[in-house]
Design a protein around this ligand. Sequence first.
Ligand SMILES: [Fe+2]
Length: 262
Amino acid sequence: MSANENEMLGNFELRRQGVVTRRDVLMMGAVAATSLSVNALSAGAAPESAAAVVTKDPYVAKDFSALVTKNMDGLSGNQIEPHLKLYKGYVGKANEIYNLLKTVDLTSANATYSPLRELLMEQSFAVNGMIYHEFYFGNLGGSGGDPGGEVKAALDERFGSTGKFMDFLKAAGKSMRGWVVVGYNTRGNHIDTFGLDMHNMWSPQNVVPLLVLDVYEHAYMIDYGIDRAKYLNAFAKNLDWQAVEKRLAATKKLVNGGDSTI
Ligand SMILES: [Fe+2]
């Protein structure tokens, strides 16, 4: 599969190759505008400072390939492998948008449509698509059961027990179309949960993700068809609580406990 195909996969979770969508059309506009801008540069018509623009890729895909061969109970390598390709597509698009934002035409800025508006909007889709997948794959591959230490204490405080929390998590997984995120609210110093139907919808600020559950159909259809409940049970069995504990410990080490509203 070519890099371009990967990117297209990553931009649309379940799209078929060759289908051109509204986002494609808008991105083409952004690319075309950038191309015009570059042409203007070469013609000597651009501002002097634009000549210093350097293209670089700030994001590098993390390696979660060990999950493919781990023989997880209920989550096959056949399920994980294409999911990792989707993830890499988001990394590619996040880099692409990062660079396009350096050279995009600013003179056409418009709140109905403009290349700049489109890039600013889709940036959150691509970056969140990348980051949420990294949290998700990073908290897979464990042995489920109960958390320890501060995570258990924090969940008990909010939900009463780990069992009640897991009931909530699975119900939340049935309620959303994209993600369920369990995070540490650095503003209120407590565990919070939120759900998203798309990568860039409904993320509260200053809630640091600790445990992320992907409930897009692509996360389980190969193993379970449309039976999401079975997938949620499999996710629970393979949850890596140690990863969640490390994330909470790291969050609490942040200056001011991670509260950046100072
Ligand atoms: Fe996913």
